[in-house]
Design a binder for this molecule. Structure first.
Ligand SMILES: Cc1ncc(COP(=O)(O)O)c(C=O)c1O
Length: 338
């Protein structure tokens, strides 16, 4: 099976399993799990924030990030194809009682002018926008990386209007590797930011959200409230530490393989969104078959991709080497030529 469905599908390697087995553990509830504390310090340092907290999932990081940066009735502005809006079951509306204001971005990004246009606060009937959420890289736009200049403009503008900024950094480290801009720089002007260990980094679960000590204290309240406080979480923190030490630089290889796949798809006549990181969106309809048919036929050839909207998505990751990419390309070629 060549699994290009998502970078969430990686299986822990032998060495990662050994790191898990060797982990020193304690009770995370009472903050005495040494390996979790080590991970949290490591992430806080990586992101240049006072503190970080380990959570079971990225979805919970977003849920808590919105909760600690808003009050009920506030508006959260975010890109209209953002993961928070599209794929998190309306969590912020239920948990934080906020409204969402989607901005149609280009490549998952939007400008200060777009924010300004929607912020007309002249009416006292309008609910206040207190938070802007950014996604780096942007999943449904195709793993796109915000340009630093635009990112900084948006963050400075938010600050000037006393709005908070929360970052869904499920794939922030892909952006770091692709852009050469440090995680600390991306994090420097934002209030809360998180990274996921269960995507390209190859760990089985978990994510860490970082921010000021005051905000992370509030995050702990929500972690308990939502049932995200754990016990011997050091087992999973050990996998995350291993992933941070061993699997960041190699994201570069995933990006190169995504490019190789994109080039081959273009040669086959597909319309391809140029990959910037590890996600390739493409449309095969010009080859005479629907995207649905292509996905089904590829599945019969043991190649898993997904149909998202009117495109196909293929994601490269730790378990996909050069050989798997070449096999996937031959399977796609056969499907197109059949
Ligand atoms: C951009 C983005 N944000 C958030 C999430 C949610 O992360 P998790 O699966 O760890 O809950 C995902 C998962 O695919 C994602 O792609």
């Amino acid at each position: 099976m060549i699994n290009l469905y998502s970078d969430t599908q990686t299986v822990p390697t032998e060495n990662m399993r050994k790191a898990i087995a060797d982990a020193e553990v304690g009770d995370e509830h009472s903050r005495s799990d040494p390996t979790t504390l080590l991970l949290e310090n490591k992430v806080a340092e990586l992101l240049g924030k006072e503190e970080a907290v380990f959570l079971p999932s990225g979805t919970m990081c977003n849920l808590i990030g919105v909760a600690i940066n808003t009050s009920p009735g506030d508006v959260v502005m975010l890109e209209s194809n953002g993961h928070i809006l599209r794929s998190e079951t309306g969590g912020p509306a239920i948990v934080s009682n906020v409204l969402t204001d989607p901005v149609d971005g280009e490549k998952g990004q939007f400008t200060v002018a777009q924010i300004e246009q929607r912020l007309d606060q002249t009416s006292r009937y309008r609910p206040p926008t207190s938070l802007i959420c950014l996604e780096q890289t942007h999943n449904f736009a195709g793993g796109t990386v915000w340009p630093l200049e635009l990112w900084e403009e948006v963050c400075s503008f938010a600050k000037s209007k006393e709005m908070r900024v929360h970052v869904d950094g499920a794939r922030l480290l892909n952006a770091v590797v692709a852009s050469g801009v440090s995680a600390e720089t991306w994090a420097s002007q934002v209030d809360t930011i998180w990274i996921d260990f269960s995507k390209g980094l190859g760990a089985p679960m978990g994510a860490c959200i970082a921010g000021s000590a005051e905000l992370i204290d509030k995050a702990w309240l929500w972690k308990h409230r939502l049932g995200g406080a754990m016990r011997q979480s050091g087992l999973m923190a050990a996998a995350a530490i291993y992933a941070l030490d061993e699997n960041v630089e190699r994201l570069r290889e995933d990006h190169a393989r995504a490019k190789r796949l994109a080039e081959a798809l273009k040669e086959l006549g597909a319309e391809v969104v140029e990959p910037e990181t590890n996600i390739v969106f493409f449309d095969m309809t010009s080859c005479g078959k629907s995207n649905y048919e292509v996905v089904q036929e590829l599945s019969k050839k043991d190649v898993q991709v997904s149909e998202i909207g009117n495109q196909i998505r293929a994601v490269t990751h730790l378990d996909i080497g050069d050989a798997e990419i070449e096999s996937a390309i031959s399977a796609i070629t056969q499907v197109v030529n059949d």
